[in-house]
Design a protein around this ligand. Sequence first.
Ligand SMILES: *Cc1c(COP(=O)(O)O)cnc(C)c1O
Length: 379
Amino acid sequence: MKSAGLSVEDLPIRDELRGVVAYGAPQLDVPVRLNTNENPHPPSEQVVAAISAELLKEIGNLQRYPDRDAQQLRGSLAEYLSRSTGVELTAANVWAANGSNEILAQLLALFAGPGRSVLGFEPTYSMHSIISRGANTYYRDVPRATDFTINTVAARAAIAEQPAAITFICSPNNPTGTAVELRTIAEIYDAVTAHELGVVVVDEAYAEFSNAPSAVELLPGRPRLIVTRTMSKAFAFAGARVGYLAADPSVVEAIGRVRLPYHLSSLTQAAARAALAHSTDLQSAVDDLKVQRDRIVVTARELGLVVADSDANFVLIGGFGDQARAWQALLDLGVLVRDVGLPGWLRVTAGTPTETDAFLTALAAVVGDLSPIAPDPLR
Ligand SMILES: *Cc1c(COP(=O)(O)O)cnc(C)c1O
């Protein structure tokens, strides 16, 4: 069909979506891609075989809709979370969807919407504000302290001033890598639940890379606390699109009111179940990525750059006089990192040892070329 020559702006779209650019990091075909916090290790042969076998069984049944409530998968996820956190959870505590981004969208649909607001601690995961906008919800921001921790005094003041329908806490925080202490989360939970309105959502997309305890430990006795997770990062499952949450069973039941029926395909459910059955295989890849992350931290500091402590599989590096130029210079050397829009800073994902070597070599060249001139914002 021929285009009618209309631009998007000519369409009767919602006012708050005018002039908006679609979200997404550049997907460029370069040798070393360290820009979206993916796990660089493909699934092992054993995991590939297990997933293939499960998929084959489902393919013979594709004429049927999938289990709408993904009971088996939720049971496996609950088992995995119980094992890794020591908190006893069942399928009734867990909900799964196509990536934790869909989980976040479902939470917005359930708790937020026009006339309600959402609170976040910036800089943080940009999808929290973008999904809020998509759900017609006003997003408010409390800036983090200069070391990227959450200032609880400012948080309490913001919550007291105007109760937020959802308060997002990202831990470890993307893009800074900062883990949030459980007592900080508990304090914010108390401030939020002093009002009738409001839930706290802790986004733990990178929990497996952190030595800090999980907010799952705070769930007992806190029915308005929700912890979101993903299989995209530690599980090396980004392409499969599986995210989940843990919460009180009432929250899981309530999501039934907003989710689309059969949202999670039978193929996705089968693949995720097979991957979870091999979750212990993950540990070696996760341990290796932590080693590469720490190498990046140490080497970047030796180069005179400012580096935020990281509990995730990525590192936020600052001290670039012009981070956009540094980003381009790294790309010219075949290494794609992320410009997250923080002046002076770039985010890099821990890769394989070879990819990390390539990044560190390129970084040294770039720093030599474009000497860092920005003042150290962490001190
Ligand atoms: C990568 C990421 C996610 C989500 O991803 P899905 O692939 O949609 O599961 C969620 N939260 C944060 C903070 C992330 O960095």
